[in-house]
Design a protein around this ligand. Structure first.
Ligand code: HEC
Length: 121
């Protein structure tokens, strides 16, 4: 009996620790794999499947969609500025607001995926 209690207690500690770790590893940092799925269905039409700003709609858009593979874009972009644009859109451009269709977790996933387009220095 005493031994069973002990095992239960150890098990519950282990479970709690594993849960805390899984939270820590996802907090703030999105999941690029999930972001890719969202990007492909919602963003690639304009920004292009490889993030080069060359999606099927790009030729018709002024200004053209941002190319995420240039150092120029990443010079000024931070997770916060990207998040603001995804949530609110960009005034005076065809960039839409996704506030109504994407929650903050989905936006973090998208940002993690956009970061995979960043050129390596
Ligand atoms: C209807 C076409 C269209 C769609 C769909 C679209 N974008 Fe955009 N996006 C644009 C255009 C056009 C700009 C403005 C480029 C500029 O200002 O030079 C832009 C700008 C941006 C910027 C800001 C770049 C900067 O320089 O400030 C980010 C970040 C961005 N888009 C991310 C996304 C993400 C993520 C999605 C999908 C959830 C998405 N866009 C969907 C057309 C689109």
């Amino acid at each position: 009996m005493g031994r069973t209690m002990h095992i239960r207690k150890v098990l519950s500690l282990v479970t709690t620790a594993a849960f805390a770790l899984s939270l820590a590893s996802t907090a703030g940092a999105g999941d690029a794999k999930k972001g890719k799925i969202a990007y492909t269905s919602r963003c690639a039409f304009c920004h292009g499947p490889g993030g080069k700003g060359d999606g099927p709609a790009a030729a018709q858009l002024r200004p053209p969609p941002t190319n995420f593979t240039t150092p120029d874009f990443w010079k000024n972009a931070t997770s916060d500025t990207i998040k603001t644009v995804i949530q609110n859109g960009k005034q005076g451009t065809p960039m839409l607001s996704f506030k109504a269709s994407l929650n903050t977790e989905q936006i973090d996933d998208l940002i993690a995926y956009l970061q995979t387009f960043k050129p390596q220095q």
